[in-house]
Design a protein around this ligand. Sequence first.
Ligand SMILES: O=C(CO)[C@H](O)[C@H](O)COP(=O)(O)O
Length: 137
Amino acid sequence: MRIAFAADDENATTEAVLGYLAEAGHEVTRPAQGESWPRLGAAVGNAVVAGDVDFGIVMCWTGTGTAIAANKVPGVRAALAWEAWIAESARKWNDANVLAMSLKRLAPDVAVEVTRAFLAEQNAPDPDEAANIAQLG
Ligand SMILES: O=C(CO)[C@H](O)[C@H](O)COP(=O)(O)O
């Protein structure tokens, strides 16, 4: 898959996620690299909505700021996830197109597990949720 990834800091958790994405064969782009968390979130959101990538992944200390920034872009459904079930449910029931994670509070292996769950094909959106998703505008 094509993934837009952004993080406003680097540590073992961001490295683990990037390493997993590379190992899994995903094509990763890093829009607005080095910019502030609001700009990173917006850049990833814009890449998703433009169709330049299939999904976005944003990380900041909390995950919240980049999630808010991404969700300001119309058409973005960014989900802050801290465990695999939250991530897979975000895809199934919310048709989330951006995954947000805390780079400070998720251990590297947990962040990788969350990322794997979010991108897993079997966690594709539930058609029964289409009407609810449409109400998001
Ligand atoms: O978690 C975040 C936003 O939600 C940021 O990563 C945190 O606030 C640090 O940002 P900065 O270094 O720009 O002050």
